[in-house]
Design a protein around this ligand. Structure first.
Ligand code: SF4
Length: 198
């Protein structure tokens, strides 16, 4: 049995997207294949995902059980979880009784079997390999245009970027205008950052 490089496992609420507010266990995978900065995508990556513990699937399940014993949903996040998520992990977590959501930048095609897929592109869409998803979420700052998305999704979301933990009024106003001018795009605010929870 292999191991996975895990940054942290914790219990919280889904902080953004269509499923916002749903209690969820989070498995944060260590490492990413992007290095987002204000110069490349309009905002600096504010997720600390570099520290890692090597964990077996069995150990991940033990830690999930102790973090949130009654929780149904597990969110696989990062970093970039698609670098590590495989069928063994998906099948093992399903057998343990969990439903699985994933938050990915879309640069790697995912294995089958996930229950909810969120792609938040951090590159031009012609480099996105996960083409069919539940929701697409663009994180934008003031002045950034909305790409004409060709990803097949049930929900299209615009998320105003936070800067140093704050929601900049100019960015919020820009995103509100984009949503109003571009149906079916909808606004998704990062509730966990507004509430100061992780
Ligand atoms: S893709 Fe996400 S986790 Fe990776 S560097 Fe960009 S913002 Fe950070």
């Amino acid at each position: 049995m292999g191991t996975y490089r895990i940054n942290e496992i914790f219990y919280s609420l889904q902080g953004e997207g269509v499923r916002v507010g749903t209690p969820a266990l989070f498995v944060r995978f260590s490492g990413c294949n992007q290095a987002c900065t204000a110069a490349t995508v309009g905002f600096d990556c504010d997720t600390d995902h570099t520290a890692a513990k090597e964990m077996t699937l069995a150990k991940i399940i033990v830690d999930l059980r102790s973090a949130g014993p009654r929780c149904e949903w597990v969110v696989l996040t990062g970093g970039e979880p698609a670098l590590q998520v495989d069928r063994e992990l998906i099948d093992g977590l399903h057998e343990a009784g969990y439903r699985l959501a994933i938050e990915t930048n879309g640069s790697i095609e995912l294995p089958a079997g996930l229950d909810w897929i969120t792609v938040s592109p951090k590159m031009p869409e012609d480099r996105i390999r996960q083409r069919t998803v539940d929701e697409v979420k663009y994180v934008l700052t003031a002045g950034q245009p909305l790409p004409a998305s060709t990803i097949q999704a049930d929900h299209y979301l615009i998320s105003p970027a936070f800067r140093e933990g704050q929601l900049d009024p100019e960015t919020l106003s820009w995103c509100l205008r984009l949503v109003q001018d571009n149906p079916p795009w909808r606004l998704s605010v990062q509730l966990h950052k507004l509430l100061g929870i992780r």
